[in-house]
Ligand binder design. Structure first.
Ligand code: PLP
Length: 375
């Protein structure tokens, strides 16, 4: 018998087919008008993105990492400052602090929902102060799409005068108590990397905020710290603009995003109904809707499950095999008291299954059968 053909982990071609030529037409319009830098699609997309999330401003930029960096730069966070981050996330969550010269302080995450444990923030603040650092900000992450415990983070942040920067790269599209991700924290940073729930055809990102002054600062920072004119440089900045072509693609994808979120939810519900008796399926949060950037289960014998899935043509991924505090380039940064044992346990047990809005029912069945067969 020949090997079964593999199903895709994320199927961008199915999405392209669903959009029926609208993306190609949008790209052709940009090629015709030729305004590749800050063309009209950029402002149009920012307006729609802000409206979607319920934030006053969306400032687009080159990628999600730059979005995080721009927010920290705008707040003047730098050497001598501490930025509290969960230790279980994509590396950019800690990298942004290092890039502005600040010190990331790793805080462990919750064992069921994988977001920063707000109960660890008081200890992290005290540890940073003992080292002579000024705690300035905390970056909760809506990991795998589930909104973080934003109320608990906001309460701890208020106690210590911390700014809250939501890393919404995976959670954009989700909601908590009928408020969309993007509207939590003093600012939220998101990414339009192709594999994110709302992705473009290259790199892209945005910062969302209700703060008018912050939005103006971000617009300056993304174009070399421009003042009234682009050759009047009032501060050091970056070249961190979103390409017009990507904004044009994103306008088309944002139009179908709500229905795609519904489709992701249906896939997740089907997985959970079929797998809950044999694996630890994703925990929810009261009042929360996940954007389902990933569907991630916890298993003990991960190697065995991965091998069985591979043999059945079912791709799996491990996000993330090494928590940030244990990464070679980051092990020298401080941790909150008690370390990050939950992050270390998750790194050994997480397994992400194929998840996208166009995953056909029979492919879902193949995923379910492969995982069940291994367990
Ligand atoms: C993808 C991601 C980022 C970075 O986004 P890029 O656009 O790739 O720079 C930051 N944080 C998290 C949690 C992410 O998943």
């Amino acid at each position: 018998m020949s090997e079964p053909s593999s199903i895709p982990f994320i199927d961008l071609q199915a999405q392209r087919a669903h959009l029926g030529g609208r993306v190609e037409a949008a790209i052709a319009r940009v090629l015709d008008h030729g305004q590749f830098i800050m063309g009209p699609e950029v402002a149009a997309f920012e307006k729609e993105l802000a409206a979607f999330a319920g934030a006053r401003h969306a400032v687009s930029c080159a990628n999600g990492t730059e979005a995080l960096v721009m927010a920290l730069m705008a707040w003047g966070i730098g050497p001598g400052d501490a930025v509290l981050v969960p230790s279980f996330s994509f590396i950019a969550t800690a990298e942004c602090a290092v890039l502005v010269g600040a010190t990331p302080v790793f805080v462990d995450v919750l064992p069921d929902t994988f977001d920063i444990d707000a109960a660890g923030l008081d200890g992290a603040v005290a540890a940073a102060q003992e080292m002579g650092l000024h705690p300035r900000a905390v970056i909760p992450v809506d990991l795998f799409g589930l909104p973080a415990d934003h109320a608990a983070v906001a309460a701890a942040a208020a106690r210590h005068g911390l700014l809250v920067l939501d890393d919404a790269a995976q959670g954009f599209g989700g909601s908590l108590n009928n408020r969309r991700v993007g509207a939590f924290g003093h600012a939220a940073a998101t990414s339009f990397f192709p594999a994110k729930p709302l992705g473009c055809y290259g790199d892209g990102g945005a910062v969302l905020t209700d703060d008018d002054d912050l939005a103006e600062l971000l617009k300056s920072i993304r174009v070399h710290g421009k003042g009234a004119d682009k050759y009047d440089n009032v501060r050091p900045g970056l070249n961190a603009r979103l390409d017009t072509l990507q904004a044009a693609v994103l306008l088309e994808k944002l139009a179908v995003f709500p229905e795609e979120l519904e489709a992701r939810q249906r896939v997740a519900e089907r997985y959970t109904a079929a797998l809950a008796d044999c694996a630890e399926t994703p925990a929810g949060r009261a009042g929360a809707r996940s954007a389902w950037a990933q569907y991630t289960i916890l298993v003990d014998d991960r190697e065995k499950v991965m091998a069985a899935c591979k043999a059945a043509g079912v791709p799996t991924q491990v996000y993330y095999p090494i928590p940030m505090h244990a990464q070679t380039g980051y092990a020298r940064y401080p941790q909150a008291p008690g370390g990050c044992p939950v992050s270390e346990s998750l790194a050994r047990r997480v397994l992400s299954l194929p998840m996208h809005p166009y995953l056909a029912a029979d492919d879902q069945d193949r995923v379910i059968a492969a995982v069940r067969g291994a367990l």
